[in-house]
Design a protein around this ligand. Structure first.
Ligand code: IPE
Ligand code: IPE
Ligand code: MG
Length: 225
């Protein structure tokens, strides 16, 4: 592994709907294929030696979608946990959730909390953004920081969901859209970014490897020279 390889990669997993549309399939099948791509991405992160992979799975704005699609996504989440928990424990992947997941149905909250607990000994982290919005995260952290005294960047960072994760190195968005859609706004201040033309269900280990290699070539300056 190159010394310049990223430790923490985050992905805005976009394009499930367009993937399904291109195949004349219902959107639900696009999300299902997206779930398979998640499983592959977690394995690829292990192969590539990433310390943390953060995936945007459901934004605080995704509640605006039709009820049927939301319910498909929730069912997918239930099935995903059931099908992958044992494997995550065996591979020593620690699950972390960023976002207000307690707004989900009680059975999902229970499943997630069980998974959090049973994977807590893992060495690498899979952080999943659920009911996540970066603006809400910053407002919450700033409020907690203010309770402690003067609001400083250090105090805010301490209260972000990502406080215990390595700094974000690389942010990838699939599907060709070039926007952040309220994802990791604070954390991406100096992250490298990559916008890929691939739809999320088609994303595989080769794409992640190429992204990490592109990252390794970039010169990060943090405002210096
Ligand atoms: C990303 O795929 C998955 C979620 C937002 C949950 P989309 O459903 O946004 O797919 P497109 O953007 O319509 O293609
Ligand atoms: C961002 O994708 C959210 C996730 C990938 C979970 P969206 O498809 O919701 O974002 P917009 O609506 O195109 O900005
Ligand atoms: Mg989308």
């Amino acid at each position: 592994m190159s010394v310049n390889y990223p430790r923490h990669v985050a992905i805005i997993m976009d394009g499930n709907g367009r993937w399904a549309k291109a195949r004349k399939l219902p959107r639900a099948l696009g999300h299902k294929a997206g779930g398979d791509a998640v499983r592959k991405a977690v394995q690829a992160a292990e192969v590539l030696g990433l310390e943390c992979l953060t995936l945007y799975a459901f934004s605080s704005e995704n509640w605006k979608r039709e009820e049927e699609e939301i319910s498909d996504l929730m069912n997918l989440m239930r099935r995903f946990i059931e099908a992958n928990l044992q494997d995550m424990i065996e591979r020593r992947v620690r699950l972390k959730i960023i976002g207000d997941y307690k707004a989900f149905a009680p059975d999902i909250v229970a499943k997630l909390e069980d998974a959090l607990e049973r994977t807590s000994g893992g060495e690498r982290t899979l952080a999943v953004a659920l009911n996540y919005g970066a603006q809400q995260e910053i407002i919450r952290a700033a409020g907690l920081a203010a309770e402690e005294g003067a609001v400083t960047a250090e105090r805010i960072e301490k209260h972000l969901y990502t406080a215990d994760l390595p700094p974000l190195d690389l942010l990838i968005r699939t599907s060709g859209e070039v926007r952040l859609s309220n994802f990791l706004l604070w954390q991406s201040a100096y992250a490298e970014m990559l916008f890929l033309d691939v739809l999320w269900p088609d994303f595989d280990e080769g794409h992640l490897r190429a992204a990490c290699e592109e990252f390794a070539k970039r010169e990060r300056r943090y405002g210096g020279r």
